[in-house]
Ligand binder design. Structure first.
Ligand code: G3H
Ligand code: 13P
Ligand code: ZN
Length: 312
């Protein structure tokens, strides 16, 4: 079974009213935890690599680890570039065997975003690689992107049809109030998403896969565990699971999760080392970390995504 692109996955997800989880991978334990959970539940899954992950782990290691996961699990896996900033990084990933790329032109003005996205699509489609574009801007901080809440902007549904037609993208990330990182809403603020925008986008793009970035739920139990074992995280608020489930039943076919994996791993490593202060073998604390990834991904597949059995 080779790596696959996202076309068939999204078709089935759209028709079935569920979404595919797209999880960020940075090391072997993360790749293993995600794919073990997907295997257990027979779920399709997307493994995505950010520019920060490429810097941290070296793209060759990441690609080879994902290829190893395909061999071990025999699952249809997509290897996707997350937040490609320019044509060159997309081309480099396409040339090295990625089956899907995101070109994130959302910080450019509309016409420049169209031109850049179209250029990536024209290159990618020659190699059967699928392309995700973005319209509208999420708030939040990643390694290479830092967008303040004031600069974030919701997607304008009036633009989506023109954007998709002119660029030829295979899926579209939209901004409806999610944001990157663990601090998505101000303390005391009630989480809200603009389902009206999602609905309007769905009407204008029938049967077209929509992507939700910044979709971690930031479970309070992980933050509490991190703080119980020496961490100092301020209270953090994520996207409620029922909202994500609702989005997955609508046009959203891909839900991006990174922060929840980071929190689950860090909580389990902190607990392990606090409870076993004499341990110094990395395998001793990375085993619970990998198990924590497995557990959170299995939870997402069952409760949030609804993608259990989708790999059949
Ligand atoms: O949306 C971005 C992901 O959370 C990746 O974060 O750039 O720190 O690897 P990163
Ligand atoms: P979170 O920070 O909410 O996990 O979002 C991850 C993401 O959108 C990756 O592209
Ligand atoms: Zn993102």
């Amino acid at each position: 079974m080779p790596l696959v692109n996202s076309v068939e996955m999204f078709k089935k997800a759209y028709a079935g009213g569920y979404a595919i989880g797209a999880f960020n991978v940075n090391n072997m334990e993360i790749v293993q935890g995600i794919t073990e959970a997907a295997k257990e539940l027979n779920s399709a899954v997307i493994l995505q690599v950010s520019a920060g992950a490429r810097k941290y782990a070296n793209p060759v290691y990441l690609r080879k680890m994902v290829e190893a996961a395909v061999e071990v699990t025999q699952l249809p896996l997509v290897l996707h570039l997350d937040h490609g900033a320019d044509f060159d990084i997309c081309k480099s990933c396409i040339d090295s065997g990625f089956t899907s790329v995101m070109i994130d032109g959302s910080h450019h003005d509309y016409e420049d975003n169209v031109a850049l996205t179209k250029k990536v699509v024209e290159y990618a489609h020659q190699f059967n690689v699928t392309v995700e574009g973005e319209l509208g801007q999420l708030a939040g901080i990643e390694d290479d992107v830092n967008v303040s809440a004031e600069d974030a902007s919701y997607t304008n549904p009036a633009q989506v049809q023109d954007f998709v037609e002119r660029t030829g993208v295979d899926s579209l990330a939209i901004a409806i109030g999610t944001s990157h990182g663990a601090y998505k809403f101000k303390p005391g603020q009630k989480p809200q998403l603009r389902f009206d925008i999602l609905e309007e986008v769905g009407k204008r793009l029938p049967e077209f896969p929509i992507v939700l970035h910044g979709a971690s739920s930031v479970m309070p139990e992980y933050v509490a565990m991190i703080n119980k074992y020496g961490g100092q995280m301020p209270d953090a608020i994520g996207i409620p699971e029922d909202m994500l489930r609702q989005a997955a039943k609508m046009a959203v076919c891909k839900i991006n999760v990174d922060s929840d994996i980071r929190l689950a791993m860090t909580a389990s490593v902190r607990r392990h080392l606090a409870e076993n202060p004499s341990h110094f073998d990395p395998r001793q604390y990375l085993t619970p970390a990998r198990n924590a990834v497995h557990e959170i991904v299995a939870h997402k597949i069952k409760t949030v995504l609804g993608s259990e059995g989708s790999a059949l």
